[in-house]
Each structure stands twice: as structure tokens, then as C-alpha cells.
Design a protein around this ligand. Sequence first.
Ligand code: MGD
Ligand code: MGD
Ligand code: SF4
Ligand code: MO
Length: 695
Amino acid sequence: MTHAADALYYRACNLCEAICGLQIRVEDGRVVDLRGDPEDPLSRGAMCPKGSALIDLQDDPDRLKSAMRRVGSHWEAIPWEEAFDIAAERLGAIAEAFGPDTIASYQGNPSVHNSGTLLGAGGFLRALRVRNRFSATSVDQLPHHVMAAALFGHPMLLPIPDIDRTMLFLAFGANPLASQGSIITAPGMRERLRSLRARGGRFVLFDPRRTESAEVADEGYRIRPGSDALVMLAMLHVIFARGLASGARLGALLDGLERVRAAVAAYPPQRIADRAGIDAGDIERLAIAFATTKPAVAYGRMGASTQEFGGLCQWLLAVLNIVTGNLDEIGGAMFPLPAFDLLLGAKRGVDFSPQRRTRVRGLPEFNGEFPVAALAEEIAAPGEGQIRALVTIAGNPVLSTPNGAALDRALEGLDFLLAIDPYINETTRHADIVLPPAIGLETEHYDAIFHHFAVRNTARWNDPVFPIDAEQRFDWQIFEELSRRLGAAPSASPRERIERALGAGPWKTSIDALRESPHGRDFGALTPSFPQRLLTADGRIDIAPSAMLADLARLESAIAAPIPDLVLIGRRELRNNNSWMHNAPRLMRGPERCTLLLNPRDAERFGIADGAAVEVRSAVGRIESVARIDDAMMPGVASLPHGFGHHRTGVRLRVASAHPGASINDLTDPSRLDALTGNAALNGTPIEVRALEVR
Ligand SMILES: Nc1nc2c(c(=O)[nH]1)N[C@H]1C(S)=C(S)[C@@H](COP(=O)(O)OP(=O)(O)OC[C@H]3O[C@@H](n4cnc5c(=O)[nH]c(N)nc54)[C@H](O)[C@@H]3O)O[C@H]1N2
Ligand SMILES: Nc1nc2c(c(=O)[nH]1)N[C@H]1C(S)=C(S)[C@@H](COP(=O)(O)OP(=O)(O)OC[C@H]3O[C@@H](n4cnc5c(=O)[nH]c(N)nc54)[C@H](O)[C@@H]3O)O[C@H]1N2
Ligand code: SF4
Ligand SMILES: [Mo]
């Protein structure tokens, strides 16, 4: 065992998008105190219970430190060199025999939370010549990127709500008090929402469940899953009809205002109110309030992205901000200027329209990636180009992607599976080789992604707290070893790339300069940046892209279809982190959290009592759960958290396996997609539920 030197350390938590600054006291080589750093200019002392679980991760006896090889159902630790050789040899042989397009990759969420993983993986995937790339993006924020590419010229030009200065925060399908914010890095959400209200501002939220965030909202509306785009169209209808659309400073840059006006004409609030479950008068009033409150910002996250109309939602939210003069304005939707600017040197006018389609279903790629809803069939369906080998990096797609059970089965049929992951979980149990990186407090870190989404321009460099054992490796070292064996020339290390980017970036800084500000450097509040930062070919913003307008026809056919009897949506809770932190003992105390929430009316009509064991069925699968009757749910909507289902054999997560729960993604259906973007429609899955006989 190696020990950390006794000292007070400051570093950002890298578990979620809030990147809270932490203050960590180490004595006798162990963490004796961990709390929010009050001097962090972004998080100002905020943190959540998951931050302390970094200690559990550090001490977790189930976390792997040496390379592992699976022999049947047994695992043996093998020397790293041997593991690298086997992995490179097997992948190389498959590429040689069947072509590189029979290899696929899946990158999961922590890929973007660990700078060594983020900046190291690309070179390895290039060395592998993988074109069948998949990631958690297509069960998450893909519609945001498609919108940003279409309107602003680059997938990473994502507008961020300037929550500290807005006067009206209009949110759809987000639960910031549980998630701590997403595509808005604003640690301490509860405090930030409190300040908004203290300065006379308002928070309005649309969600089918009265969530903890709805509890602190000024107005919370329970909306029928999948109908957000209708409400947004109706709001725009009102704004145009009342002559409230302007575009303000950006007006001269805008194209397509008349095409939007024509499109929204078909959506008076009365037409869609019943369908959405929202009163037409409320929509009218909110639309006027949104257009006349200065500044205001509209925002939507998972509930408005992982649904059948995620692309339309993100487009309409941007249009709402633009036509009310709130885009790129203080207190509106703004574009951060991070010290490591991923847009530095980005080309203008790149064509992001799909260049390729998946083999089996013909689903479109975006920005070099295919929708992960197609992964299982690409592995399972025989024929030319069938995927034979998979590399997973920081991902658990068996629990996190639609019809995970089918993927679970498909993985069995692979010729070779390489997992770069610290745990043997529901996905990596199928691997031939697992290469476990050092994580969390052991890594150096610069948050290249989440400063891009932050409500203030700040930067911080983190040196590791704990040194690694001689036997351990970092993600980037694993990638480097594999790339070398695949014949790639050495490339710059993540640290060299960070150093270069900081020096070239807008704030001309360096790792050493950041080390002098252990709490983080503050470069100030966000500032308007258009038209300079725009990356469209002509330097203008077309707010009515033809692909978005064309997708309205699909929305129209959905309105014509009957409303399903009962649909399922997801749920995040403060002490979960997707699928992978259920092994942290301090997060798993208290009542079981993997429960099915049902409105009392639904419970009654299906004869289900509180606490009853239930069977839930969808078009693709079935699970068993425990029902909780909760009038926070909208009638006709049930809720189950994702990331559970740890009962599968061979999973080596002792704490998680004691709280197995069931996987919502054994019910979600890969054929339910947002056809515009390829994002999975995880929310709104039609289900049937019945009480199980008590044996
Ligand atoms: N039904 C439903 N499904 C969902 C969602 C939902 O709301 N509802 N949410 C979706 C969303 S938003 C996301 S982001 C995805 C997440 O989907 P995934 O990214 O596939 O799943 P995670 O649970 O985040 O798994 C992370 C994996 O990374 C490993 N890991 C942790 N840290 C590191 C590291 O530093 N390096 C490496 N190499 N590995 C590491 C963990 O052991 C774990 O295996 O799930 C999606 N799935
Ligand atoms: N504690 C915790 N924090 C996390 C995570 C975690 O697993 N646990 N995961 C992290 C990740 S990877 C992400 S991407 C973010 C996500 O961050 P958020 O998007 O803020 O979090 P969610 O809880 O997924 O919020 C989505 C909300 O949408 C609602 N919803 C479902 N369907 C619909 C619909 O059709 N319309 C509307 N309007 N609402 C709908 C759900 O009820 C839910 O409350 O959280 C991050 N932070
Ligand atoms: S909110 Fe919690 S998990 Fe997220 S960065 Fe802060 S302490 Fe870490
Ligand atoms: Mo996510």
C-alpha cells in the first residue's frame, strides 16, 4: 500500500458535472476530513454526499489494481505487459482477418470526467482504426450537440443558462437538486436557486414527477412525457402572435425567423394543452412572462433529451432563447470561455450531416459516432461487417443502454472483449481482458469538459492525493501501451496537451500558474461572445434548419396516436451515480432506492398496494420491483431509477450486489429513438404493471 503524504489537499471532485472544489485533510496516510472548499471561486464550499464517497472508492477492496484475464468463469491477475500483448495481438488479428470495421468501441460517462481518459483514448482508437464508435452520448445529450452544430456551427458550442444572473429560469426535464446540474456546471444548485428567488427571480419547471427540484420551484407543472416540444411550440406561437419576438442584439445575424413564425402558427396552446397535460392559459401566461422578463433563460436536460423528440426540444429551447433576445446575453443562455478551449482552432462551417449509417438498421452517425441503441444488433446480427470485438472504456452499457439484457446476451457472442475499467461489473464480466486504471484521488486532473459548461470562467489543476502502487497504471498509460503495440507513433501525454492548450487558450495560463491558485483561478463571469465565437460557414445563425422543420411531421403523427395507458420514466437520486457507485457503503445506507413509483390512481386501477412486489413488462422485457405509491407522480406515469440490476452472476461488487435492484434498461426499447438525432428515447416507455402473488 502506498500512502498519501500528510497535508491539506485541494482538488475538484470529478464524479459529476458540478466539479465541486474539495478540501481534503490527510493524516497518517488516510483521509481524515473531506469537505467543500469555501474558497473555490465556482463552488464556494458546496458539495454533495457523493464527494465523500471518493474515500470509499479509494479504499474499495473490489476495485482492481492489476490486469485481469478471464478463464471461463474465473479471473486471474496477470502481468500488465502480458495483458497489453494479448489485447493488442487479439485486436490486431481480428482487424487483419476481418477488417477494422468488425471492431467497435463504447466510451462511457467517466471518459469525460477523467482528463487522462478523455485526452488519452483518441490516439488509441485511431491506432485501432475503429469507425464503429459508440458512447453514452446517445443515451444522454446528443440532441444538444446536434442543435449546436446546426445553429452555431459546432457540437460543443452549447449554450449554458447563466443561472446566477437570470430572472426567470424556465426548465424542462431536469432535476438539478438531485443531479447537481447537467450541461450547466453550477455547483451548489440549491443555494443558486435560492439566490435566484431571493433577488426576485423565478424558477419554473416542467417534469412528470413533482421532484425535489419542483418542490423549490415557484411553479412546477406535471407534463406528459414526450410532449415538451408541443409546449415549446405553443409558447413560441404566443410569442410570435403577440409580437414579442425580437432577437435583440443578434437580430442582424439571424436567418429563418419567418420560417419559424410559419411553423409555430400551427400550435396554439389550446390545440396541444390536453395532450401535454398543461392548461392552455398557463402556457399563454408563461410565454408572455418568458418574453417580457429580462433576462430569462430556457433550458432542458435529460427529460427533454432522452425522449422521442429530444432534437426538437433542444432546437426549440434555443429558438425560445434567441427570439426573446436571451441568447449570448448576461442572464440568458451564454457561452463560456474556458482556459482549455476545445474550440480553439476549430474549423468554421464543418458539415455535420450524417456521413454513414449503421449496418443493420441504417441509423445515422453524428460526429463520428453511431447511436448506442444499435450496438446489440450490430454485434448479434450475422453478415458482412458484423462486430466481432469490442473495447469498452469507462462504461457499463449492459445497465445504461436500451434493452441492456439483449446487449448482455450479445456480448457473450463476441470473439474478444477488452474492458478498460476498474471494476468487474455487469458489462466487464464478459471481458476477456480487463485493464483497470487508477481513478479518483489517485489521478491528476484538469476538467477540460466541464469548464466548457460552467457558469463562471474558472480553472483548476489537480495533482493526485494518493500515489499509485507500483503495480497500477493510469488510463492514459494503458492507451499508450496499447497504441504502441498497434504500431502507432508516440503522441503527447494528456499533461503535455493540457499544458499546450492552457498556454494557447484565451487566458494564457499554465499548469504551474494554476498550481499557485490551489482553490482554482477565477477569470470572471461569462461575457457575450457572438459573433466572434460562432462557427457557422457564413457567420450567421439559421434558426430554422430544414432537418428540424421536417421533423415536425413526426411530431404531428405522434399527436394523432393514442396516449399509452402507462409509461415509464427514469429517476436520479442524490446518492446514485449512474450504475457504478452502488459499491460505496456510505451511499447505500437507508431504505432501498430501486423502487417503482406509481400515482395512487394507477395503483388503485391495477390493484397494487404500497410496498407490493410487482412485475413490470414492456415490449422488450420484464423486471420485478417493489411499488411505492407516490402522489408526486403524474397519473399514467411510473418511475424507476437507472443503474441498478446488480444481481447478474459474476459481478464482483459486494456492496452493490447486496442492493441489486432491477435495471430499467431491461425495459427500455432500442427501437424507440429520437429519429432526428439517433438519441435513445429512454423516457416514456409504454409498460404494463401487475402485483405479484406473495409466496
Ligand atoms: N434508462 C436510463 N438509462 C440511462 C440514463 C437514464 O437517465 N435512464 N442515463 C444515461 C446517462 S445520462 C449516462 S451518462 C449513461 C452512463 O452510462 P455508462 O457510462 O455506460 O455507465 P456508468 O454507470 O457511468 O459506468 C461507468 C463505468 O466507468 C468505470 N469508471 C469509473 N471511473 C473510471 C475511470 O476513471 N476510468 C475508467 N477507465 N473507468 C472508470 C466504472 O467502473 C463503470 O464501469 O447512462 C445512461 N442510461
Ligand atoms: N445524484 C446523481 N447525480 C447525477 C447523476 C446520477 O446518476 N446521480 N448522473 C449525472 C449524469 S450522467 C447526468 S446526464 C445528469 C442528468 O441531470 P438531470 O437531467 O438534471 O437529471 P435527471 O434526474 O435525469 O432529470 C431528468 C428529469 O426529467 C424528468 N422527465 C422524464 N421524462 C420527461 C419528459 O418527457 N419531459 C419532461 N419535461 N421531463 C421528463 C424526470 O422525471 C427527471 O426528473 O446528472 C448527473 N448527476
Ligand atoms: S455535486 Fe457531489 S458528486 Fe458532483 S462534483 Fe460535487 S461533490 Fe462531487
Ligand atoms: Mo449523463
